[in-house]
Design a protein around this ligand. Structure first.
Ligand SMILES: [Mg+2]
Length: 209
């Protein structure tokens, strides 16, 4: 049992295929209700630009402002929950094997996700990951995950942190350089970040070191 290691994991686009697989099905759901993919995309980016935390009720209101006949918010919200009761199919294939391995080794696994806590919690819950996760933490601003991680990391000899956003990894170079920082690159895009380990799958993270 390895009780000297702890593992922090980002959620969206590290464990969960938020930007491609889930987003495509999310849009299809709204297309069936008469929203064009363009309106769905544009209102999503409007929320981002306005620095509003993404959550479905914010998005529904933004889409409604562009529709000739607004969607009934409560009904659509309910239909959405009925249409997406199980989000496990949007997890990347290496996620459950990796988490099971951590659990077998006795390594705590914590999710550190950026975004609206209710929306992120809905997604994490609906993937079925909870039996493998020791704690869920939701950050407010890009680049501030280290403030959640540092107080929890200090008691461990080996600290792993996996995120697809370099802004979350960079602060450790100054604050706690011993943290093993893994930059997840699921889409295998050109990526050069010499300060961190660049990976495309969780399977390459050494767990028995
Ligand atoms: Mg992410």
């Amino acid at each position: 049992m390895d009780r000297s290691t702890i593992c922090f994991l980002d959620f969206d686009n590290t464990l969960f295929d938020a930007s491609v697989a889930f987003w495509n099905d999310y849009k299809k759901f709204f297309v069936k209700l008469g929203v064009t993919p363009q309106i769905c995309d544009e209102t999503y980016y409007e929320l981002k630009v306005a620095h509003l935390k993404y959550r479905i009720d914010h998005h529904l209101r933004a889409m409604n402002r562009r529709l000739p006949t607004p969607l009934p918010l409560d009904d659509v919200h309910r239909e959405f929950a009925d249409a997406f009761p199980d989000l496990s199919k949007y997890l990347f294939a290496d996620v459950f094997p990796f988490l099971k391995r951590l659990q077998t080794l006795g390594v705590p696994a914590l999710i550190v996700s950026h975004g609206d806590p209710d929306w992120q919690e809905y997604k994490v819950n609906a993937t079925g990951l909870l039996p493998y996760i020791d704690e869920r933490l939701y950050s407010n601003e890009h680049g501030d995950k280290y403030t959640f991680i540092l107080p929890r990391a200090r008691a461990y000899q080996r600290v792993l942190f996996v995120d697809d956003d370099v802004r979350e990894l960079d602060p450790f170079v100054e604050t706690m350089p011993t943290v093993e920082r893994y930059l997840m690159n699921r889409r295998k895009k050109e990526s050069q970040h010499a300060a961190h380990h660049c990976i495309t799958t969780l399977a390459t993270i050494p767990l028995d070191a």
